[in-house]
Design a protein around this ligand. Structure first.
Ligand code: NAI
Ligand SMILES: CCCCC/C=C\C=C\C(=O)C/C=C\C/C=C\CCCC(=O)O
Length: 229
């Protein structure tokens, strides 16, 4: 069973029909929702719990690019604040000490959050924030005891609409970006999905940061963690 949300109602409804004809009407749900708004997101999580009984897997995926005012503020609202909101609401509903059944949260960051990205610094900052948020919560002993794992996927360029829409609003130098994309290469959506599924299925993965790129394939990064006593 799956519920997904998007601000694009038309695309969401089309995808919902496809999922329902493949998996059955009762097994897929779509809600138009903006991840940057608290009340609609709270309502959505409540609705999913009422409809499906519990939440086992939550993916915070919504993301945009924007480097000039006011778009750079929206980029932080959607990417960093939206992912933080989705993560904290997911924890509220999944933690065993709050009546949930435990589960896994997968956040979608970017290779731009692991590396410097002079062509989209605000986007990069939001993605670095997502990595820090996810790893920090994954290492929190109370979250661990409450049965929730958190992992983060950091794709380099992926074959989606986002990279077809690179322009002067979301990139500081479009020409340099095209050359950069040509050099790094573009990975298929399937590679990212495989990586996502591995992090869902492997119960030993908690706090994992996985980069997927055409150039280097799928790599688990290792960042030293000093345990907090
Ligand atoms: N395409 C790429 O090269 C890469 C993408 N990513 C990340 O992957 C995630 C998915 O992006 P793509 O599928 O590539 O882009 P996309 O533009 O095709 O899809 C993003 C989706 O997010 C939705 N969205 C935007 N703002 C929203 C909001 N406030 N609330 C709810 N939904 C909203 C859009 O309507 C769209 O359907 C993003 O977080 C992106 O930053 C990460 C690395 C590389
Ligand atoms: C370049 C402008 C991007 C604007 C936003 C649109 C698309 C976003 C794509 C990504 O998230 C992919 C991003 C980044 C690549 C950054 C660094 C790649 C480093 C590759 C590597 O370390 O192997």
């Amino acid at each position: 069973k799956v519920c997904f949300c998007d601000t694009n109602g038309e695309l969401g409804t089309k995808t919902l029909s496809e999922l329902q004809s493949k998996y059955g009407e009762g097994n897929a749900m779509f809600q138009t929702c903006d991840v940057s708004l608290q009340q609609p997101m709270e309502n959505l999580f409540k609705k999913v719990k009422e409809t499906f009984g519990c939440l086992d897997i939550v993916c915070n995926n919504a993301g945009i690019g924007g480097e000039v005012y006011p778009l750079w503020e929206k980029t932080i609202d959607v990417n960093l604040k939206g992912t933080t909101r989705g993560t904290l609401l997911a924890l509220e509903h999944m933690r065993t000490d709050k009546g949930g059944k435990g589960g896994v949260i997968i956040n979608i960051s970017s290779a731009a959050g692991l590396n410097v990205n002079p062509l989209s610094p605000v986007y990069s900052a939001t993605k670095a924030g997502i990595i820090a948020l996810t790893r920090s919560l994954a290492m929190n002993s109370e979250v661990k005891s409450a049965g929730v794992r958190l992992n983060v996927v950091c794709p380099a360029f992926v074959d989606t609409d986002l990279i077809k829409e690179i322009n002067d609003d979301n990139c500081l130098d479009v020409q340099k970006a095209s050359k950069f994309i040509e050099m790094i290469g573009v990975v298929s959506k399937e590679v990212v999905v495989d990586c996502f599924m591995e992090l869902v299925r492997d119960v030993n993965q908690n706090g994992a940061v996985v980069k997927c790129s055409k150039m280097d394939g799928t790599q688990y990064t290792s960042i030293e963690v000093k345990p907090v006593t």
